[in-house]
Ligand binder design. Sequence first.
Ligand SMILES: [Ca+2]
Ligand SMILES: [Ca+2]
Length: 309
Amino acid sequence: MKMKTFLVFFLMLLPCYLCRAQKHSRNNDALLQAPYVESEEEMAVTQKPGTETEGGKEELELHSDIWAELRNLRDMVVEQKVELRHLTTRVAAAESQVEALQKEHIAMEVRMVIAERLAKELQMENDVQATELAATQEKLLTLQQKLTVSEGRVEELEKQQEGQKATVQELQNALQVSKVAFSASLLDSGEGNTSGSFVPLIYRNVFTNIGNHYNPNTGYFTAPVRGAYYFRFTGHVANIDSTMFLRLVKNGQSMVIIGDRPTTSTDAEDNASNGVVLQLEVADVVSVELNGDVWDDHLFQIYWACSKH
Ligand SMILES: [Ca+2]
Ligand SMILES: [Ca+2]
């Protein structure tokens, strides 16, 4: 900008200077040939006193102005040269930076290409792993389904096993309770006549009571399981005036009976006996009821017995 201003100003001053130089042709050569720019003091010293004219004074002033402008122009040129050197240095530095940036840019592009290649390879590897993972998940799902089926089968087998255990236990219990047999006579000790009117006989002298299903305190037998039971019972009469009537009762109903009437002979003692097989259900109750008299001692025992088949 300063250079442009200088050139414009110089071109404006140059015609004026040439015009004035033609007007004062005698001194022009000296002015143009001046080796350096003189100051006003130097010019005043070199000017001889008394030789000044009015035209010469104007010429000197013009000469002085021109050279002052030239000095200014020279100084501006020098400044422009300095500034130009600075600009050249800055441009060179900028060019170096640009070159460095270009190199860095190229290096970045190379790194980017490498990174893109690595990313592509990683993507391919990831795709392979994803495929393998999907296959593994499918296998795992299949295994889980098989495991679920197996667990269902195991659970079913466990239930079956539990059922079998329960059945075995039930059979064992049934086998245990199926062992039923008892035999008992009327009196614990001593001898004597027992009388009653359709009352259960309580056989207190227990010979055998397998399963403990006969109650010697009540005279009742309670069937533990369903089955066929064989009962036997006897009666003995020791007095000619006695009447004996015994009946085997199931759930309050007479099944079989025995009896003896009074006699007038000297044959006072008589025996009676009976037996029966009954189909009993669980909790059926059986007893022997007496109506009359029976005799019992350690020899002529009034007994009843039962065994299950
Ligand atoms: Ca008789
Ligand atoms: Ca007799």
